[in-house]
Design a protein around this ligand. Structure first.
Ligand SMILES: *Cc1c(COP(=O)(O)O)cnc(C)c1O
Ligand SMILES: [Zn+2]
Length: 405
């Protein structure tokens, strides 16, 4: 079975523990004793496989949660998301080889489902009676779905006025207790951690290391889709830094197991108004920065990311890069993705926006390849203004005039 280990001081905790913080202050990581498995084991599995191997997460069970019993898995057939090519998005980025991994096509509409299936399965197996998360919205929707599937009550804590109505509507529909907080995500996170330390609830935020184990499957899955030929770069939005950490761990383990023979470089992209990690990178990692976050990309509106330590390691190990882009650049990238018929939430466009900027600076060469991860669905943030004013009379000539415009 797995153990939990502190990457900073090496301290060990039983895998059955619900404590995710080491006494030294660092977050614990899952450490597996891997059985050697080859690519062909994963390649043979797919949507035709018996549950839970028909899930894009549990297809990689030997890498995600070895020996976890199949009957205990709570799955909504997450993963198995498409890897798109688009000439128009590639020309927007400025190089030929761009692929888009669309995590918005998961059951609740974001990549959060990949971690949630693992965290909720484990929480249920260990008898958790109530689940909680702090969220900018997508974690809330995902937890609500998986808690419902597991039959465990859950509560979500989200910043009032800064969480999209669509995401809250999802959480409510799935039956979560939805609590809005006057404050930022960072406040919600801090409060949830206090409550979890008191042992009152099981926290399923990304400081829960089992979430990250599930999120590793984003990387495994697109590597399998690419015939295990690793791209040069993996570009993605960075908020709380769960994905950055998970991708780094996935690549470390894939190299260790011989699934790939070179390591792609990570490109973590933040919104300029919420870019503490980008600043830490620029300063050569001399300190952990926190900021008052300010951006329209609500999913990455985070000023004090919890997974800083493991994300920093991921960037160092992959010779990665961290970048901040403006909201206007996010808008442009989202438009390019939307107009290709693919579509995504605003924050999700960060990978494409960041790759374009590194191409412009010459740090990504014309021959290099990029996989950009689109983290959530276009429908996650519907516009709030009313359509009334644009409506036409229900008459043919009115319709013809409208079409002619
Ligand atoms: C949660 C989320 C992010 C941020 O991911 P982290 O792993 O916290 O850095 C990015 N985009 C979307 C759409 C999200 O929901
Ligand atoms: Zn420690």
């Amino acid at each position: 079975m797995a153990i939990l280990r502190c990457p900073a001081c090496g301290a060990e905790e039983q895998a059955s523990s619900a404590r995710y913080e080491c006494a030294c202050g660092e977050l614990l990581e899952v450490e597996h004793s891997f059985r050697l498995v080859g690519r062909e084991v994963f390649d043979a599995r797919g949507l035709h496989s018996p549950a839970p191997l028909d899930s894009g997460v549990w297809r990689f069970r030997e890498l995600v949660y070895p020996r976890f019993p199949s009957e205990a898995v709570v799955s909504l057939r997450e993963g198995n998301t498409p890897l798109y090519s688009s000439e128009s998005v590639a020309s927007f980025v400025g190089i030929e080889q761009v692929k888009l991994k669309h995590e918005g096509l998961n059951p609740s509409g974001s990549f959060k489902d990949r971690g949630m299936t693992v965290a909720v399965s484990r929480a249920k197996a260990s008898g958790a009676r109530r689940l909680l998360c702090a969220s900018t919205g997508n974690t809330a929707a995902s937890l609500a779905a998986y808690a419902a599937a597991a039959g465990i009550p859950c509560a979500i804590l989200a910043p009032a006025g800064k969480t999209s109505a669509a995401k809250l509507a999802q959480a409510t529909a799935y039956g979560a207790q939805t609590i809005l907080l006057r404050g930022d995500f960072d406040h919600a996170m801090a409060l949830s951690r206090e409550l979890a330390r008191a042992g009152e609830v099981e926290l399923v935020n990304s400081l829960n290391p089992f979430r990250l184990e599930g999120q590793k499957s984003i990387v495994f899955e697109f590597l399998a889709q690419l015939g295990w030929r690793a791209p040069d770069w993996i570009a993605f939005p960075a908020g709380n830094l769960g994905n950055c950490s998970a991708f780094g761990k996935a690549l470390r383990e894939a190299r260790y197991l011989g699934l790939i023979d070179r390591t792609p470089r990570l490109l973590a992209v933040q919104a300029a108004g919420a870019a503490p990690f980008a600043r830490g990178f620029e300063q050569g990692w001399t300190q952990r920065v926190s900021v008052e976050p300010q951006t329209r990309a609500s999913a990455i509106r985070i000023g004090a990311p919890v997974s800083w330590g493991r994300a920093e390691r991921a960037i160092r190990e992959t010779r990665g890069h961290v970048l901040a882009v403006s909201d206007a650049e996010l808008d442009l990238a989202k438009r390019a993705i939307d107009r290709a018929g693919i579509g995504c939430e605003l924050a999700s466009a960060a990978g494409v926006a960041g790759a374009r900027e590194l191409v412009r600076r010459g740090l990504i060469g014309p021959e290099e390849s990029v996989v950009a991860v689109l983290t959530a669905n276009l429908l996650k943030e519907p516009p709030t203004e009313s359509d009334e004013a644009r409506a036409i009379e229900p008459e043919l000539d009115a319709l013809q005039r409208a079409l002619a415009q």
